[in-house]
Design a protein around this ligand. Structure first.
Ligand code: ZN
Length: 416
């Protein structure tokens, strides 16, 4: 972690400032704390492989004891959750390799770690809406040294869309240490990860951020009232709170969680007036190429019948507007063919270019994310000029259109 991040960190329990305890085991450079123990008035917390762990769940207290004993290697094993010697060795081998991919690292973390669908995340319908809303709101309220936080951001897929919106790196907060470790390494390189509990007060100073966001996770938060109160506390006067893709108590969806009704969500906001959007309308905006219309006011009936809602709360006058969708000018990582496409011709038959066919990894995937058929064509032919541009990393008009359709996706380097 950057030493200067201590300026915005606070103990989640006493609210006190945190400082490196110099008398205990630590490793630091001029600007960064690699390993060590942070102390406030009430507790001490470990920094494990550059990630502050600001909660007191059992793994965190075990890792803290291991760090105090001068064993950062064991503390990292504990936080990553590799139980036995074989699993720990497999993880440490990929962690030590500069060539290991995201996929290999996920596989080393075991079959229950990430679900099977991370490969397809960047083109799924939930993601493309989250990405568009995050960039529209983020571009309005961020800029310069203003900072964003992605709470419950998991392995950083949405955090990634914040990286170029300010000069100060976004904070990625999640309880799941292994996920934020992966995010810093692959998905959102340069982000500042903080391991903390979304059901506890958030370990940051008031007004530290201009954007506080949470996507695809809020329906699993039990302490919703506290969570929203904390999000409101974290943003400055012209900042924004964004809760993307939260389920709707009135319409069933897979992985339902414990959702509220649209007005139940709105009532959680006590200091900034929110607007609730039905995700279907935002999805239609994105599919037709924009603009993303955050000036709309969805009627109650539209909200009641949408399985997923997006909530935006801000005093910034530019937020509730029609936002053009930005077209890519360069890859954040690298442009690659969407892995949902497989060659349509037998090997050797394709004389020029490439014919591709959409193929879902499973029926479950198709049920949950089948709405991607709206923008992903069943078949697509790439001529030789396009495949050459793609291989050379050249952004031709044809490539831009394929990126817009998600046939080509901007993937993190060394993703799979
Ligand atoms: Zn404290």
């Amino acid at each position: 972690m950057k030493t200067e991040t201590l300026e915005i960190l606070r103990c989640p329990y006493c609210g006190g400032r945190l400082e490196l305890v110099e008398s205990l085991f630590h490793r630091r450079t001029a600007g960064e704390i690699q390993e060590g123990i942070l102390g406030c008035q009430c507790c001490i917390f470990p920094v494990v492989d550059g990630i502050p762990v600001l909660h007191l769940l059992p793994a965190a207290t075990t890792a803290r004891d291991q760090m105090q004993a001068g064993r950062p290697d064991l503390a990292r094993r504990t936080m990553v959750g590799v139980e036995d010697e074989a699993a720990a060795a497999a993880f440490e081998a990929v962690a030590a390799s500069d060539a290991a991919t995201y996929r290999e690292t996920v596989e080393a973390l075991g079959p229950n770690f990430e679900g099977g669908y991370f490969l397809y995340r960047f083109s799924d319908p939930t993601y493309i809406v989250a990405q568009a809303v995050t960039r529209a709101v983020g571009a309005t309220v961020l800029g310069g040294g203003r900072r964003a936080i992605d709470v419950c951001g998991g392995s950083g897929h949405v955090t990634r869309t914040l990286l170029d919106l300010s000069s100060t790196p976004p904070v990625l907060a999640d309880l799941f240490y292994a996920k934020i470790w992966l995010a810093r390494r692959f998905t959102a390189p340069g982000c500042e990860p903080v391991c903390c509990d979304g059901n506890a007060p958030m370990p940051f100073v008031r007004g530290a951020f201009s954007l506080a966001m949470c996507t695809d996770a809020f329906m699993y938060i039990w302490t919703k009232r506290q969570f929203v109160g904390e999000m409101e506390r974290l943003v400055d006067a012209s900042g924004a709170v964004l809760i993307g893709h939260t389920h709707n108590e009135r319409t069933w969806s897979p992985s339902h969680g414990q959702p509220l009704s649209p007005e139940g969500y709105a009532a959680l906001f006590e200091t900034i007036e929110p607007r609730v959007f039905a995700e279907a309308g935002l999805f239609a905006d994105v599919v037709k190429g924009g603009p993303l219309d955050l000036s709309r006011r969805d009627p109650a009936d539209t909200l009641d019948h949408d399985p997923a809602l997006t909530i935006v709360a801000s005093r910034h006058p530019g937020v509730y507007a029609r936002h053009p969708l930005q077209m890519p000018t360069a890859a954040v990582g690298e442009f690659r063919l969407n892995p949902l496409y497989v060659p349509a011709d037998a090997p050797g038959n394709a004389s020029e270019g490439l014919r591709l066919r959409l193929r879902f990894p499973s029926e479950d995937y198709e049920q949950e994310y089948g709405a991607c058929r709206v923008y992903l064509p069943e078949e697509v032919a790439l001529d030789a000029a396009v495949t050459a541009s793609l291989a050379a990393g050249r952004l031709s008009p044809e490539i831009v259109e394929l990126v817009r359709r998600k046939v080509i996706v901007d993937l993190p380097k060394r993703y799979y």
